[in-house]
Design a protein around this ligand. Structure first.
Ligand SMILES: [Zn+2]
Ligand SMILES: [Zn+2]
Length: 336
């Protein structure tokens, strides 16, 4: 394919080039050769590794109506940064919500709910399954030397899991059940185990539940359960399945809390009247802050090396997405 663009200055010439990116466009997932982004008023990051998330899979199924480069979990190295040149050459991860910088929420330093936000690889902004990405410098968080790339790439989902503690008080006496033994469910269980030992994880996959048992978390294999008793203070729904919400209602105590973590494109069936009668609080929970999650990794409070099922080159991105959806497969990483 002929690539041609008229360039006015030598500065622009330096940015000329294309890159590989895993894109979802026109209902199709493909490895594309697209223009390398320019830093402009943001920072240009060379992606080192990215992680395939269930949200990527959901996007390809139509969730969020996103088109462009998918991927939002990454570790990379800053190549250019107009605002903060001292970041160049530094290893970073990046918070995925980019706010307008002007509204009330942004002024408080939290763009996660800015109405004008773009979200890396999810909403209005090309994502991380590419050789380069751009993000504002305020989104970038320097990765301490002690945290390997293979761990740092988990910061986004780990922050999402640990972010539950920002929303719901979890103390040593809080009884918590996590529904779902996929990547997010396990990360939620690992994060909650730092706050309470009164914890179980419920799932359908024995080999995945073993990852929880290896961390002394009580694992319950769903097929062995006839009926749950409503005995948990907090139930975290992270199964990504439509039945998860109903199961959460079966397990939560009256006056308890259900935390919803799954993003899926379906429409769950649930008995809303029970929420009223038992006065259940339902908490939607999406993204967490990166700093506390990075600290957990740096202090070795959490080790995620056994969560990686495969590492594949970006050039095999389409195959990697298929691999990530296979039964029993945990995190699939892309290497650029
Ligand atoms: Zn994710
Ligand atoms: Zn804003």
């Amino acid at each position: 394919m002929l690539y041609w663009k008229s360039i006015g200055s030598s500065q622009a010439n330096a940015n000329l080039g294309t890159m590989k990116a895993l894109q979802f466009t026109g209902g199709e997932l493909r490895l594309a050769e697209i223009d390398r982004p320019e830093a402009a008023d943001e920072s240009l990051v060379r992606v080192v590794k990215s992680g395939i998330c269930n949200t990527d899979v959901e996007i390809v199924r139509g969730y969020a109506g996103f088109e462009g480069t998918i991927g939002h979990e990454f570790v990379g190295v800053v190549e250019e940064s107009a605002d903060k040149p001292e970041l160049v050459g530094k290893r970073v991860v990046g918070e995925i919500n980019v706010g307008c910088g002007k509204c009330e929420r942004c002024a408080k330093g939290d763009p996660r709910h800015c109405a004008q936000r773009t979200v890396l690889g999810i909403k209005g902004r090309n994502g991380a399954h590419a050789e380069f990405l751009r993000l504002p410098v305020r989104n970038l968080v320097h990765v301490p030397d002690g945290v390997a790339d293979e761990q740092a790439v988990f910061v986004e989902p780990l922050a999402a899991a640990f972010g539950i503690t920002e929303q719901v008080e979890i103390g040593p006496d809080t009884s918590v059940a996590v529904i779902g033994d996929g990547k997010l469910g396990l990360l939620c269980a690992f994060a909650m185990s730092l706050r309470t030992q009164n914890l179980i994880i419920v799932g359908k996959h024995e080999e995945k539940l073993e990852l929880a048992e290896a961390r002394d978390i009580e694992a319950v294999w769903l097929p062995t359960i006839g009926k749950f008793e409503p005995v948990f203070d907090v139930v975290i729904e992270a199964s990504g399945s439509e039945s998860g919400f109903a199961t959460a209602l079966d397990m939560v105590k009256p006056l308890g809390k259900i935390v919803l973590k799954s993003t899926f494109s379906g429409k769950p069936q649930w008995e809303a009247w029970r929420v009223v009668v038992d006065e259940i609080t339902i908490v939607g929970s999406r993204c967490g802050r990166f700093e506390p999650a990075l600290k957990l990794l740096d202090e070795r409070k959490i080790d995620l090396s056994d969560m990686i099922s495969a590492e594949m080159p970006l050039s095999k991105g389409v195959e990697a997405m298929a691999e990530a959806q296979k039964k029993g497969v945990m995190k699939v990483l892309l290497t650029m």
